[in-house]
Design a protein around this ligand. Sequence first.
Ligand code: SF4
Length: 748
Amino acid sequence: MAKGKENPVISTLWSAGCGSHGGCGCEIYVKDGKVTRIEGDKNHPFNQGRLCAKGLAVSQYMYHPDRVLYPLKRVGERGEGKWQQISWDEAYDTIEKKFKDIRAKHGAESVIFCQGTGRDIGGPITFLMYAYGSPNWVQVGLAGHACYTPRLGAMFATHGNYCVADCSQFLEKRYDSPEWTPPKYIIIWAQNPAAGCHDGFYGHWIIDCMKRGSKLITIDPRATWFSTRSELHLQNRPGTDGIIALAMLNVIINEGIYDKAFVEKWCYGFDELKERVQEYTPEKAEEISWVPADLIRQAARLYANNKPSAIQWGEPVDAMPAGSVVAQAITQLWSITGNIDNPGGNVIAINSHGVTTYPFSSAELTDLYGADLVKKLNEKRIGANDYPMIKNFRGWVQPDVLMEQMETGKPYPVKGAWIQTSNIIGGQAADPRRHYEAMKKLDFIVCVDIFQTPTTMALADIFLPVCSICEKESFRSWWQPLGVSVKAIPNIGESKSDWEINLEMAKRLATTPVKFNTVRELIDDRLSAGNTNFDKLKAKGGWEYPPVGHRTRPYYRYEKGLLRKDGKPGFETPTGKVELYSKKYEEWGLDPLPYYEEPKESPTATPEMAEKYPLILTTGRRSPVFFHSEHRMIPWLRELDPFPVAEINDKTAASLGIGDGDWVYVENTHGKIKMKAKVTPSSHPKVVSVPHGWWLPETDGRAPNFFSTWDHNVNNLTSMGNQGKSGFGGTNYRSGLCRVQKISGEKE
Ligand code: SF4
């Protein structure tokens, strides 16, 4: 690379730095071995030159003075903040010894492997966990697995694959692709895509579609940029999305505006669904959801009568008491209207070229290792035997059951934790104090991260420093395209990539020899499913779409025999059809048809509680400049969103004597937190909307303060143990109760 000159390296962003799951193509500009700036790659079809603020700020993240650059060993008590720098050899040796001791005394299952959603982490962490022999892979404290997994499970059960609104993202020529058509309507359901976590979907794609004629319907308790540009805004009570979906099904079925030919040929259980939705009239839905019946009818008619149309949904769907049931009902909307795997509808999303970073689903694990290993893992996997859907759908631990098991030690004790990309105490976990009390009693905890967080300060015995996206090689295969992340500069300090760390630990801890010597060998092994390798993809500009006719490329694959393992036309379900009456749910002991369940805390479910706490609390409002609990220390980003802010309706605020910018307590039966009030008419008068993951890295990180996480993290107002019947979905993340009160005399 020319010295003294700024040279671009073409790469893919999907990891430490910007953090989200997006996968933007980027140009990393390097001068004299240092990253000077990052810009969007105009040639990358996914983001077409655009990057969000987090991507643009990656250099501030990489060169931040608080970044941890060397392995650390705790030398004081947990929480005292006393650390000693150690070598990688000492760190690896210590972890190897401790984890082997735990395995010998208590079994490998006594170590849990804990991830958040940041970085390209799913692959490395499961790779290490299976090598060690533990079945316990978990997002600790994510009550009811309420982030995407309930939706994935519902789609898996209904039509065998995942779906996403089609904004042409599966085709390299994007909006110019001749086989693509813009959706006539896009329903934006419980999401603000401009600020979301980019689960393989970008808000600007909706704007691109709007420019090509797409119209919008928004279903959201909050007014957003998109809702104000929508033909209809269904401003519902948080937690009632399920009854809106059921009422829309009622209208579409009873008015006969579904796709009769598609239903006749490709759906199973239509009559049963028709019977079930009769009780869910728009009038009943109005009583429960606050949305006028007429608006629900209009939304159903516009969606069904204008094909193709698409639905783009968000995480609140998962956070209902019956997340996997709400998702099932929404999935049925695109199914009975024939808006599945059609251009401009909801397109089936399969990992690009069939490449996976590591096997996550039970089916993939069975393919790779055989049914015996999966059976063995399931015997000890926490929560698997309580919930058949957990056992048979995805290899996760059930987090609410884990919470109890950490406290009781039954049926076996949890002794150790490997925590990678996860800020349990400061962001991820519901009821973080309960998690803190339980986890600080574990014998040995390793944290792998970039910065100290409330979690690393409270729990880590060993801290392993990882590098940013610009310092490592990785790959991304989630949906499309298949892409590689290219190492642009040498690692800063002694940091290493997650893949490097986990490969080294896997070699030391595995019970059978690991077949890879280097990370590159491992990456190439995964990419070989797509008949490619790292160097080939890099030489092609860093990404590739599958060829025409490939099973991971749309459209109408159910007609062509591209979805089922047996190669027959149809969907990968027991009946080969879209199962409106779900055989899988039935097999798992669940109701095969959708129904409505009231949130656990609400004016109707808990009226006495509502007298004391009269407002609906909805948490997890996304900021466009932060990824969950990350980035609060990045100057450019913090300047854009400096405080934890509760949105309160202007009339409600006036009645409580609260002015814009006042500090307030948001309080419920679980406790209280401090937020700055944003007084706004865009909020429903009965709803308070609060962001998640707030802690203040500029404050004292030691116990008991832990960067002020107890004061500002809204998860202090949430609880564990409210999971849905499937083990998925639940708690009061999106629909709890609260009151708000001004804090007198509080200064900034
Ligand atoms: S955080 Fe922003 S820049 Fe990074 S991948 Fe996601 S959308 Fe792209």
